[in-house]
Design a binder for this molecule. Structure first.
Ligand SMILES: Nc1ncnc2c1ncn2[C@@H]1O[C@H](COP(=O)(O)OP(=O)(O)OP(=O)(O)O)[C@@H](O)[C@H]1O
Length: 274
């Protein structure tokens, strides 16, 4: 696979000839007569961090849920690792699901379970492993996301917001997925916590070759770790490309988002830091 240097780290090139891990083709999703996505298409490439943005209520969560098979589509196809998800039986679907990790918007840890037990939920669901091995694997994931070993026996109510996000990420990584879906992972974190989380995501991509699909409103994340950005608008992917590409787009929402005052400040900081 070809690689180039992005954000000071090695990342695969976006574009033609790359390995597509997720392919959405002409997907339409509607609730009654409210069409949310209309013949939307999108490719996600192996090893990239894709930032998925769009105004509130445009359907980012609906698309994520559709890709995961949680919301039904009216038409179109969703293929993961080249396999059309509509053509899988339950066992085949389970094999695909095991290769996907998901961090939902509000962390969604089970409050009655400790961090370690939360991380073990997917292991219990999909694997049949002895307790000792599950404990060892959970501790590895907890360490991987930068939590200390003593966080393992804490309950979610005893954790800070940043620790909850990390614990939820550890759970998303429990089965060593190829692709992780992160729904607004830095929302609710202070800027330093958010930057640390972004750094962690980039590190995991670099060390594990993870593909990351990140729904986000966080301009810092888009500027600092995303290799490519896709913008949802008018019920489709309006535009996709690098952050530099986004700066050239004349669509009013894209323009105000990527060339507004806040974006200009972040861009300036990024250039000064480069
Ligand atoms: N189960 C549902 N039944 C009916 N309408 C729904 C359902 N789920 C989502 N919608 C509608 O679909 C549209 C898109 O919602 P969605 O949550 O995907 O937006 P979003 O882009 O993720 O927004 P935000 O950035 O605010 O999280 C909204 O109009 C929402 O009301």
């Amino acid at each position: 696979m070809e690689i180039h240097q992005a954000n000071g780290q090695f990342a695969p090139l976006a574009g033609e000839g790359r390995d597509v891990v997720l392919s959405v083709r002409d997907v339409t999703v509607a609730f009654g007569d409210h069409v949310v996505l209309d013949k939307l298409s999108l490719d996600v490439y192996r090893g990239e961090i894709l930032g998925f943005v769009g105004a509130s209520g445009t359907g980012k969560s609906v698309l994520l849920r559709t890709v995961l098979g949680l919301t039904p589509k009216r038409s179109g196809t969703v293929s993961i690792f080249g396999v059309d998800l509509d053509h899988l039986d339950d066992r085949e679907r389970m094999v695909v699901d095991m290769r996907l990790g998901v961090l939902f918007q509000h962390g969604a840890l089970f409050s009655a379970l400790t961090v370690k037990e939360n991380v073990q939920v997917p292991m219990r669901e999909y694997l049949d492993l002895p307790k000792k091995l599950m404990d060892e694997l959970a501790m590895l994931k907890i360490e991987l996301v930068g939590l200390s070993a003593d966080a393992a026996d804490k309950f979610p109510s005893e954790l800070s917001g940043g620790m909850i996000k990390r614990a939820a990420l550890a759970r998303a990584l429990a089965l060593d997925p190829d692709i992780v879906f992160l729904d607004e992972p830095t929302s609710g974190l202070d800027p330093i916590g958010a930057a640390d989380f972004d750094e962690l995501v980039a590190k995991l991509r670099d060390t594990m070759g993870l593909t990351v699909y990140m729904v986000t409103h966080d301009l810092d994340s888009l500027f600092s770790v995303c290799d490519r950005i896709a913008v949802l608008g008018q019920k489709k992917v309006l535009v996709d490309g690098t952050i530099e590409d986004m700066m050239q787009v004349e669509d009013p929402w894209v323009k105000s988002y990527f060339r507004g005052k806040r974006a200009r400040q972040i861009d300036l900081q990024a250039r000064q830091g480069a």
